[in-house]
Design a protein around this ligand. Structure first.
Ligand code: TGC
Ligand code: FAD
Length: 392
């Protein structure tokens, strides 16, 4: 295993905009990644296994529900802290950040925002501590970008609902204790509910053969006449805005998170280019290499500023979903382009597991697709600026 020599890069002195607490949170998360993720991630990815042993450590650095109040077990932090934690974790690996995003933004957030007091008390503390793992079921085999078309459904049977249907591409599904699931009621209204492992008729087959996010466990959720107690249904929300509100939280985290692999690829490319000698000189001395590195740090700096400003707006409760879409789209694409350029700088070595580049690049192919594809976020921006929907 190569040593993790990563150093942060802060070309515009954005650190001066952070508090001492933010910097402490970053140092804690970075130390955790260097100690507990970097040494094992290559093997976990090669074996396509989620490294379950890191869950406790992730909980300890506040990765699960960073903004959830402490009375429910969360860390009670602001949105910039949340972003910083996601960036550090994803600098380690996007699949591990995925696990944390799902747990915090897609499972704990809806329970906190839409759940009953009983649901909050029952689930949030153990999810925050990593004692329970959750997943989020929105996407279906025939309904990805258009979740409103979902066919999973519940029927009212008096004291319980009967749930039928299937979800696909669900992060954490094979390892989850609970699933937050979105399904239509008899009026066709989308409702959210907690489905518990062990409920009769509920299975979570694993998806194999991924070339991306290999350290993240992905699977299906299959519901065959599953009896859902009425107390498991969220009382606080109806309609597509329920799951889409959760996506705002996760997309915000990805905006920050994706800068992590970009920084890691840049950091590795900068160091490699100064050490690698060709034609009697370090490759960093060639203009074409410098162009790549200069453009990388420019794009990273722009993305860092976008994150910081979005974080301020989130803290002020003024960020719009369309602003979040712009940041998610820009930053993930930026990271993917940087991973590709960094791969070039590393030459043949760039395809090996000795460097993190290829792993980040392959991971980012999922990140640019999930939580709304690159093009869906473009259309969200287009709709926001023109007032006209181009989705259908
Ligand atoms: P539309 O008619 O525009 O809206 C329906 C209702 O929802 C409201 N709304 C939102 N509310 C909160 N946040 C948002 N971002 C919202 N966007 C829309 C809207 O105001 C309306 O409310 P109301 O009260 O009038 O009913 O909906 P549409 O059917 O036209 O769809 C719009 C579209 C295409 C943007 C949306 O469907 C979309 O975002 N599609 C992308 C699907 C997606 O992102 N799926 C992600 C699945 S989860 C995942 O990928 C997890 S990966 C996790 C990991 O491993 O890290
Ligand atoms: P499609 O919707 O079929 O899109 C295919 C292509 O068509 C894309 O390029 C898209 O941009 C384009 N397209 C679609 N509609 C339009 C349009 N109107 N105009 C222009 N172009 C369009 N989902 C969950 O619910 N929970 C999870 O935990 C989860 N985890 C995931 C983990 C991984 C590794 C992956 C890969 C996906 C995950 N997803 C999850 C699903 C993810 O959100 C969907 O893959 C994504 O929303 C896209 O849906 P789709 O794959 O069905 O693609």
């Amino acid at each position: 295993m190569a040593t993790d020599n990563y150093q942060g890069h802060d070309y515009y002195l954005i650190d001066e905009l952070l508090t001492d607490e933010h910097k402490l949170i970053r140092d804690t998360a970075r130390t955790f990644v260097k100690k507990s993720i970097s040494p094992i991630i290559e093997e976990a990815c090669q074996k396509s296994e989620f490294p379950k042993q890191i869950v406790k450590g992730l909980a300890e650095i506040g990765a699960f529900g960073p903004t959830i109040p402490q009375e429910y077990g969360g860390a009670g932090l602001d949105y910039i802290s949340y972003g910083i934690i996601m960036q550090e974790i994803e600098r380690g690996d996007s699949g591990i950040r995925s696990m944390a995003s799902v747990q915090g933004s897609l499972v704990m957030y809806p329970i906190y925002a839409f759940g009953s007091e009983e649901q909050k008390r029952k689930w949030l503390p153990s999810l925050a501590a990593g004692e329970k793992i959750g997943c989020f079921g929105l996407t279906e085999p025939d309904h990805g970008s258009n979740p409103n078309g979902m066919v999973s459904n519940i029927k009212d049977k008096g004291t319980y609902y009967l749930l039928n249907g299937a979800k696909m591409w669900i992060s954490n599904s094979p390892i989850a204790d609970i699933a937050v699931v979105w399904a239509k009621d008899e009026e066709g209204v989308i409702r959210g509910m907690i489905v518990e492992r062990g409920m009769e008729g509920f299975t979570t087959p694993e998806t194999h053969g991924k070339w991306s996010l290999r350290a993240s466990a992905t699977g299906e959720l299959v519901f065959d006449n599953v009896k859902i107690p009425k107390e498991n249904v969220f009382p606080g929300v109806k309609g597509l805005k329920g799951p889409l509100s959760c996506l705002n939280m996760a997309r915000y985290g990805i905006s920050w998170g994706s800068v992590g692999p970009a920084l890691d690829c840049y950091d590795s490319a900068l160091r490699y280019s100064k050490q690698r000698i060709q034609f009697g000189k370090p490759i960093a001395s060639f203009q074409l290499t410098q162009k790549k590195l200069a453009e990388m740090i420019t794009e990273i700096t722009k993305a860092q500023l976008l994150c910081w400003r979005l974080g301020v707006l989130m803290n002020d409760k003024r960020a719009t979903p369309a602003q979040i879409s712009m940041a998610k789209r820009n930053n993930v694409n930026m990271a993917l382009q940087i991973a590709r350029e960094a791969r070039q700088i590393h030459g043949g070595m760039g395809i090996t597991g000795e460097y993190p580049i290829m792993r980040h690049m392959m991971n980012l192919e999922s990140v640019i697709t999930y939580e709304g594809t690159h093009d869906i976020h473009l259309l969200i921006t287009g709709m926001d600026v023109t007032g006209i929907s181009a989705f259908e």
